[in-house]
Structure formats: structure tokens, C-alpha cells
Ligand binder design. Structure first.
Ligand code: PGA
Length: 257
């Protein structure tokens, strides 16, 4: 049976604890636990504690959207992996919005991935090419380079705590999703690259998610693709009807796989 992971990245929405709790209640009314679908919500830091308290952990896990690469120190305003313990089980790392607006580099992202796994958090490492990379036919090369950089500080035994999210940058928040036929070869190259880096044994359970303008109407095709085991959902995850529909589609597909 196929196992799916569906992650909702709330970005800078529902950051007030009351709003986040209200939203989680709506999700709970619609989504029931499922053995083969892990559903994850990623609220802003300010709502993490309230969401962690509110969620029924057999139905939803909690993710942070970022972390600092050091465990502690003089880093005003930053949040480290040890600070997330007890609040989140997952953490999104290297999202393209952070690469773009905060100028995060693969070198820095590598340290963040290592910091996450050091603290028993599952890192959701985002990779993906920009529009001009795609137009020049460099999608695979860009993603391979990002993987080599961002996974340079972890060992084979850490791979079980790392999920890769393939998110073509041009498809994020644009409504212009990547056709599954276009996603498939890149996802295959992701698996192959991680296998080459860490060996087949360590990577046999590797989870690769697709992200970029995912919605209820287009999610099925990704979920049915061979090397895709879940989704990273942005815009549609802040609409409880849409996010619950996506989770239910994954549950249905898992049941029939
Ligand atoms: P989107 O965002 O679903 O709104 O395209 C995806 C993401 O940023 O992870």
C-alpha cells in the first residue's frame, strides 16, 4: 500500500493563535486519521504552540516553516531546532521564498537540514528550478546541484529523517502547475541523486513530495505518479475545504493502492 504525506504550508497566514485554532477545528471536522496518510500543517511560529496543543496528533502532525542552523547563541529573532522540540515534528527547510527573499544558500540550507535531524525533527527540504532554468532546459541540473549542496552535512543514517519536496519555483503561487509528465523525470533524478549520494539501502524509503499550485482538481495525477509520495500545498492549504479535499483524495488513493 502506498503511504502519502500531505503538508500544508500556511506561510504568513493564521499567525494569531486564535485564528489558527479556529482553522484547525475546521480541519478536524473534515479530516479523520488514516494509517497510510500523514497530514501535516505548518503554521507560522507564533501559532505553533496553540496548534500543537489543539491538533489531535493521530490526525495532524505539526511542522515549522524554518529554523536557524545553530542550536543557540546571539542570533536575535531566530528560532533553533531545540526551541521547536515539543512543538513541531517536521520543519520546512530551504523553501524557495526563503532562498529568494532571505538569500538562503545551499551551504546555509545544508546546516539547517543537519540542525533539524540532530534534534530529531524531520526536515522537508525544498528544491526546484526557476523559470529561466526551465526555459534553458536546466531543471534537472539545478535540482541535482541543490541536493548535492543541501545534503552535504548529513550522513546516510539521517536520510530517513529527510523528505525532499520538488517545487518548481515558477509553479509556486502562480496557478501555473507543472504537468505530471514534466515533474516525473525531475523526481526520478532526485531519487537517483540521493541514492548515488547515500546508497540504495539508506534511501529505499525516501519520500519525495511535489509542490506548486496544487489543488483538489490537479492533485490526483501527482499522487498517482510512481516516485511521488505526497504534496507540499501552499495556497490551497489555507482553505480548509480545499486542504481537506486533498487529504481525502490521498486517503482514497491509499485505500485503493
Ligand atoms: P502554492 O505554494 O501551493 O501556493 O503554489 C506551494 C509552496 O509554496 O510550498
Amino acid at each position: 500500500m502506498k503511504h502519502y504525506t500531505i503538508v500544508g504550508n500556511w506561510k504568513m497566514h493564521f499567525g494569531q493563535p486564535e485564528a489558527a485554532v479556529k482553522y484547525v477545528k475546521k480541519l478536524h471536522e473534515r479530516v479523520k486519521p488514516h494509517t497510510h496518510v500523514t497530514s501535516v500543517v505548518a503554521p507560522p511560529f507564533t501559532a505553533l504552540a496553540a496548534v500543537a496543543e489543539e491538533v489531535e496528533s493521530d490526525t495532524f502532525k505539526v511542522a515549522a516553516q524554518n529554523l536557524h542552523e545553530c542550536d543557540e547563541g546571539a542570533y536575535t529573532g531566530e528560532i533553533s531546532a531545540p526551541m521547536l522540540k515539543g512543538l513541531a515534528r517536521y520543519v520546512i527547510v530551504g523553501h524557495s521564498e526563503r532562498r529568494r527573499y532571505e538569500h538562503e544558500t545551499d551551504k546555509q540550507i545544508a546546516k539547517k537540514v543537519a540542525a533539524a535531524v540532530r534534534c530529531d525533527l524531520t526536515a522537508i527540504l525544498c528544491v526546484g528550478e526557476k523559470l529561466d532554468d526551465r526555459q534553458e532546459g536546466h531543471s534537472k541540473r539545478v535540482v541535482v546541484d541543490q541536493l548535492h549542496g543541501a545534503l552535504s552535512q548529513v550522513a546516510a543514517e539521517d536520510i530517513k529523517d529527510i523528505i525532499i519536496a520538488y517545487e518548481p519555483v515558477w509553479a509556486i503561487g502562480t496557478g501555473e502547475y507543472a504537468e505530471p509528465e514534466e515533474v516525473r523525470p525531475v523526481v526520478n533524478v532526485i531519487r537517483q541523486t540521493v541514492e548515488e549520494m547515500f546508497g540504495r539501502d539508506a534511501t529505499s524509503g525516501l519520500r519525495i513530495l511535489y509542490g506548486g499550485s496544487v489543488e483538489p482538481d490537479n492533485c490526483k495525477a501527482y499522487l498517482q505518479a510512481e516516485n511521488i509520495s505526497g504534496l507540499l500545498v501552499g495556497g490551497a492549504s489555507i482553505n480548509y475545504e480545499q486542504f481537506s479535499r486533498i487529504v481525502k483524495i490521498a486517503q482514497h488513493l491509499a485505500d485503493s493502492s
